[in-house]
Design a protein around this ligand. Structure first.
Ligand code: GTP
Length: 453
């Protein structure tokens, strides 16, 4: 089954390009380290998922590119075409002359309705190229105006037009220090609207990825390209083909459906975070060896201590003891910042992954009590190595990982709202104070639900 990507705004287009580039580089690489048969099956599954065939033989990304200004889209199209290994469809993009000026209301209430027909026609054409559609993967930032506002509008249109298809929104969380003065307003409006129409939101925080670039990749002057490459590597490690427990020896046919089934058991909880291990500069890979038990021990501690990378993990954090009373375990959890999960999915890629013991992720004390721990944990595996890493493990988790950043964004937006700062910029495009209040209420509810796990 295929996934149609919808890249929105500057950030969405730049990240999306890097994702296709990584995926294409991975399947083309000679580093599969597995049997020829396995490699071919992986290649075929990946192609069906992400690319259609052009007459020229160059794979064409299953993607629609949308922005309100032309520069980034034209750059993105030409860099992809120049690679010679893959490209975008020349007809599958839409841009206008002027961006949304970092104003969510402009993207949502003006650009959205005005351009709905042409954007949805492009989506429809891309869908018709798929034999079977798994769903949509939208990529956008929360802080600007186009990706966030138009992105929220387009997501609603996708939900209406394709009610039975899955929608996964990938959102980039802005830097805490922020380049956009109204980024917290835009973020609150984006998240609350996506929460209504999306099946799940997969979040990457720019601050976290920046740290990974500095501390793990040892990059001195970090550009968006570096940040996007790390994000693309992490996303590729999830979306490239893998064997689910049910599919046995075949690669999973319905990647988005399988992901939702594994991770979103209740519509109130749809925030997904992603961690992977190991992550290092390419030229260090040849000199490094990893053992599965070591990788998984780190990954599990990253999960429970809510560390976003393998450096600086707090090893003091422990799951609550099984016999302890709810109230005392709750307060201990809080004290030690234990990150409670709803569901986790571990994806193992590479050598000897069949022998790996994943028992420590099945521990019921990692999970909220209302879900059967058997249903809360899933593992996907493939012997095919990913992106030159002989062994790699990724963890997608629906957990309390985003509580702090979410609380922060909502708090800052609320303080600004209380003094009515910049509200007129939104009301002039039809987003009223009432709409803000509804968005705050939606997110307060999300915060409260995750807090009470
Ligand atoms: N990770 C990453 N973040 C980006 C990139 N480009 C912009 N951002 C972030 O995205 C936010 C700004 O949103 P943009 O995508 O630039 O804005 P837009 O959606 O095009 O909207 P307008 O400029 O208002 O038309 C800020 O938080 C930036 O840090 C990128 O290539 N990678």
């Amino acid at each position: 089954m295929s996934i149609v990507a919808v890249q929105l705004g500057q950030c969405g287009n730049q990240v999306g390009h890097e994702v296709f580039n990584t995926i294409c580089g991975d399947v083309r690489g000679t580093h599969g380290l597995c049997s020829k048969k396995e490699n071919e099956a992986y290649h075929d599954a990946c192609t069906e998922r992400f690319f259609s065939e052009a007459e020229s033989g160059v794979p064409v990304a299953r993607a629609v590119l949308v922005d309100m200004e032309p520069k980034v889209i034209s750059q993105t199209l030409s860099i992809a075409a120049r690679s010679g290994h893959w490209k975008y469809d020349d007809q599958s993009h839409f841009c206008q002359k002027q961006g949304s000026g970092n104003n969510w209301a402009n993207g949502y209430s003006v650009h959205g309705p005005r351009n709905k027909e042409v954007i949805m026609n492009l989506v429809q054409k891309e869908v018709e190229k798929c034999d079977r559609l798994s769903g949509f993967f939208t990529i956008m930032s929360m802080a600007g105006g186009t990706g966030s506002g138009l992105g929220a509008f387009v997501t609603q249109c996708l939900r209406d037009a394709f009610p039975t298809s899955f929608i996964l929104n990938h959102v980039i969380w802005p830097y805490g220090t922020g380049e956009v003065i109204v980024q917290n307003y835009n973020s609150v409006l984006t998240l609350s609207h996506l929460y209504q129409s999306s099946d799940a939101l997969l979040v990457h925080e720019n601050d976290v990825i920046h740290k990974i670039c500095a501390q793990l990749m040892h990059i001195k002057q970090i550009s968006f390209r570096d940040v996007n490459q790390v994000i693309a590597h992490q996303l590729g490690s999830v979306f490239q083909p893998a064997h689910t427990a049910e599919a046995g020896l075949h690669y999973s046919r319905n990647p988005l459906g399988d992901l939702m089934e594994a991770l979103v058991p209740h519509p109130e909880f749809k925030m997904l975070g992603l961690r992977n291990i190991p992550q290092m500069p390419e030229n260090s890979l040849a000199y490094s060896t990893f053992s599965w038990p070591g990788l998984l021990k780190h990954l599990r501690q990253m999960l429970i201590a809510n560390a976003k990378m393998e450096e600086g993990i707090d090893w003091q954090v422990r799951p609550p003891c099984p016999g302890s009373s709810i109230s005392s375990s709750h307060s201990t959890n809080k004290l030690l910042h234990f990150n409670t999960s709803i569901a986790n999915l571990v994806i193992l890629r590479g050598k000897d992954m069949h022998s790996v013991d994943l028992g420590s992720f099945r521990d019921p004390s990692l999970y909220t009590s209302w879900l059967n721990p058997q249903d809360a944990f899933n593992a996907w595996k493939t012997p095919r190595a990913f992106n030159k890493y002989e062994k790699s493990a990724s963890l997608v988790s629906n957990s309390q990982f985003l509580l702090k950043p979410l609380d922060n964004v909502v708090g800052k937006a609320w303080n600004m709202f209380a003094s009515k700062a910049y509200i007129h910029q939104y009301t002039k495009f039809g987003i009223e104070e009432e709409d803000f209040l509804d968005s705050f209420t939606t997110l307060e509810q999300v915060i409260s639900s995750y807090t009470n796990l």
